[in-house]
Write a protein that binds this ligand. Sequence first.
Ligand SMILES: [Fe+2]
Length: 400
Amino acid sequence: MIKKIPITALRPGMNVVKVASDQWHHLPYLYSEPGIIESEQDVARLLELGYQEAFVDTGDQEGMSEETPLARVVAERKHDRERPERVPFREAISSAMVTYEDAMTHAMQIVQDAKLGRKMDYGASLETASAIVESAVSNPDTLVCLAKLSEFDNYTYTHCINVAAISVVFGEYIGMPREELVLLGVAGMMHDLGKTTVPARIINKPGPLTPIEREEIRRHPEYGCRILQRNSEIPAKVMRGVMHHHERHNGSGYPVGLARKDIPAFARILCLADVYDALTSDRCYKNAILPNKALGIMYGMRDQDFDPTEVQLFIKCLGIFPAGSFVRLNTGEYALVFEANSREPLHPKIRIIMDAEMKPIRTRDVDLTTQPGDGGAIEILECADPSSYRKDLINYLTAR
Ligand SMILES: [Fe+2]
């Protein structure tokens, strides 16, 4: 499994791996040169250079890098709240799509307002966040699917909306009241507005940043709060979420270096959603990581970046195969997951859409929990890479 560890825990023979994400390429203390650590002198040199953390591949299957152990850990989480009755996916998806598209339009508007120094329409933000909350309550899988499969390719806007949607889905899962969820959605939409103040050449730079560029990008939470201050009606809770969404559980984040429960709850939730969306999205300088692998990596970041209980709840909320996952079956066919299953994580509801040659077939829905036990059951073998099909995949979910 891939695990994030302090450099002080690094030992000769350990295999350092590079996990590409804009989440940490501006963190100067993350050592990410892939390769085996040869000696104690190597470790001492890295400490001397100021590195504090690295991702290593422990090579074992224990943990969350493979589906089965991932399922075990998720199923073992005891305090799973009874989920309210949901609107069936096929009924909820159309209105969720309208909500998602409206939210995209709103995201473009607030980004534009921020760039031009205009006051934003906070009432419209509340309306957009309320619609996201309605969708999450009626069927959270619709939003999780749309966050992964929608055709919009502008990361700035999709990331705002995805972080809002995933945060709200998780907030709803842990039982936050509706008014709080709306504010959490607003904070999600606005969490990175401060990046509009940072020059685009720094934001989109594929290579390593200079110390000055790094410092500039690390100021975006503060810049974001400055933009929000133009609207006096924005609650302090939203401000704090935006200000602290890059703080980390072990105190290694920014801008303040808050740790553990000193990090406001909104910021801790935004941080989980932010990392998940960044890992699973295509950027100019990396390829997206498949949803189940991303959750495995996030599990390996517990204690460092995330509270261990909270990251496990987050994984349980999204499931081993989050809605929107493209999967290969034991029949050779390919399917889309449209409903995760937190009780039986390996048995979500799926829509089979392609044959073994990846040719489209007449679709059929299968609930993997209710299959004959005669040995002929359909099983998910693995997550498949949907990148070359992404434009079409969303259509399979909206078709009846
Ligand atoms: Fe950010």
